[in-house]
Ligand binder design. Structure first.
Ligand code: GLN
Length: 492
């Protein structure tokens, strides 16, 4: 496979570059290495390579090494240890980790140290994972390139002059660069799938409600979801099994039983009906991406799946619908940042109203402000029916499109993005161009179904290509099996 001449070339602990979760866990469990030694070698690699990638905003060494020592003691004593024993994991900086900074890549949260752990984070640790630090992202997860971080952009390790995608750019880049074995990101309109595609790693968007969001700094609450980034589909299944399930701290988490995703991977894909939505293959799709998706479909066919054309007729309304609903919810969620309770407070303000105004003006970046303005506008009296209510109605139509398709097929296969990773700075002057990046990802977000991005090749220039698999609500098992079948057809 071609590699970009601008790919990251760190030789420090370079065996970590492709170390899978399964291999890391086995090495710790069998005593080949210790959790402590593994964590330390990741920190060395981070020190050497992350200045070029800029994926971490904060390292949590003390907590990581204390946890690693605990895992090592359990292994040594022959006591039970979890399915993630000693596995080094990075966390997107929109999730809380007790005592560590949580900035959401915004200046307004500078200095905020949450007093509790997010449920997803606590579950990883309870399963034995070692949490290395907090990962860079777009400010409040708003963006498609990670260029909206108040702390500087992330560089794509596969081509350092290009964006890693967003908003979970740090989470995707850190796995791709071998700066953690796996990571957590969030996806509101594509923020796991798109950066996974740009960086050549696996990214999974679980069904809405599948993973608790307690401890997630909210962007758009009817859309936000937490999910894993990994090197392999099997690793993603392992993580999802740990993360999934109800949580009394999150009323939107679902009580649907959690399937055994790892065991289900062994089931054959033969006989599955794969839908190919025609609206996802129109004008503007990069020909190299189209060819790679077609190759993945051929591989599924060879594995015994049947391929069917389907239609999702309202697809062209997905981007405008998303940018009405997501901004409306963001304007409401972000009203809590006013300089009083969290983070930044303006130093020079005479009245309370000015303190609110100045703290928000100094604390929020331009994209966040744009969204608050848009969201406030679409919710305001006189415009509510024309924009917000209309968008909710269209959201129902978009959801019905998927439900209808799923009466004919078991899952859908389509592109994640219209283009491979673009150059840093290429789209920053044109928000609309940036929003169009989300053309293939936001409909699934609005519908609440599960999705994933699986690496399926590279362009001639050496840029990764991802293929999107979309599954029925709570049918992550089928989606992951299809992802694994596509993965196993890739040259190693
Ligand atoms: N790119 C989309 C946006 O800017 C999606 C972001 C996300 O999923 N968090 O809103």
């Amino acid at each position: 496979m071609p590699e970009s001449p601008n790919a990251l070339k760190s030789s420090v602990n370079s065996e970590l570059a492709t170390l899978t979760l399964a291999a890391a866990r086995n090495a710790v469990a069998s005593g080949t290495t210790t959790a402590t030694a593994l964590a330390e070698s990741y920190y060395q690699r981070i020190a050497a390579a992350d200045p070029e990638v800029h994926s971490y905003l904060a390292l949590t060494q003390d907590r990581a090494l204390a946890q690693a020592a605990k895992v090592d003691a359990a292994v040594k004593a022959g006591e039970p240890f979890g399915p993630l024993a000693g596995v080094p994991i990075g966390i997107k900086d929109v999730l809380t980790l007790k005592g560590a900074p949580a900035t959401a890549a915004s200046k307004i949260l500078k200095g905020y140290h949450p007093p509790y752990d997010a449920t997803a984070v606590a579950k990883l640790e309870a399963a034995g994972a070692v949490l290395l630090g907090k990962l860079n992202c777009d400010e409040f997860a708003m963006g498609s390139s990670n260029e909206n971080s108040a702390y500087g952009p992330v560089h794509n390790p596969r081509a350092l002059d290009r964006v890693p995608g967003g908003s979970s750019g740090g989470s995707a880049a850190a796995v791709a660069a071998g700066l953690c074995t796996a990571s957590l990101g969030t996806d509101t309109g594509g923020s796991i799938r798109q950066p996974a595609a740009f960086c050549g790693v696996v990214g999974v968007l679980p069904t809405y409600g599948r993973v608790s969001r307690y401890g997630l700094i909210a962007f758009a609450s009817s859309l936000d979801r937490i999910g894993p980034f990994t090197h392999t589909v099997q690793d993603a299944a392992t993580l999802l099994e740990v993360l999934a399930g109800p949580d009394e701290m999150d009323a939107t988490s679902s009580t649907q039983p959690v399937a055994s995703y790892t065991a289900d991977l062994a089931k054959p894909v033969a006989g599955l009906r794969i839908g190919v939505p025609e609206e996802y293959f129109g004008e503007g799709l990069d020909p190299e991406i189209r060819a790679a998706i077609e190759k993945s479909l051929d591989a599924l066919k060879a594995a015994g799946c049947t391929i069917h054309k389907v239609s999702l007729p309202h697809t062209r309304y997905a981007v405008p619908t998303y940018y009405v609903i997501a901004t409306a919810e963001a304007s409401s969620n972000l009203s809590r940042f006013d300089g009083v309770r969290f983070g930044h407070r303006s130093a020079d303000s005479d009245t309370l109203a000015n303190m609110y105004r100045k703290s928000r003006d100094e604390g929020f970046g331009p994209e966040v402000k744009r969204r608050i303005l848009l969201g406030t506008y679409v919710l305001s009296a006189g415009y509510y029916d024309a924009y917000y209510k209309k968008a909710q109605q269209v959201r129902t139509l978009l959801t019905r499109d998927f439900l209808t398709a799923f009466t004919q097929v078991d899952a859908l296969v389509c592109p994640v993005t219209p283009t491979p990773a673009f150059k840093l700075g290429e789209k920053t002057d044109d928000p609309l161009q940036m929003y169009l990046e989300d053309i293939y990802s936001v409909a699934a977000s609005l519908a609440g179904i599960c999705g994933m991005s699986v690496p399926c090749g590279t362009t001639q220039a050496g840029l990764p290509i991802g293929v999107q698999v979309l599954g029925k609500h709570f049918d992550e098992s089928t989606m992951l099996r299809i992802g694994a079948a596509i993965e196993s057809a890739q040259p190693r």
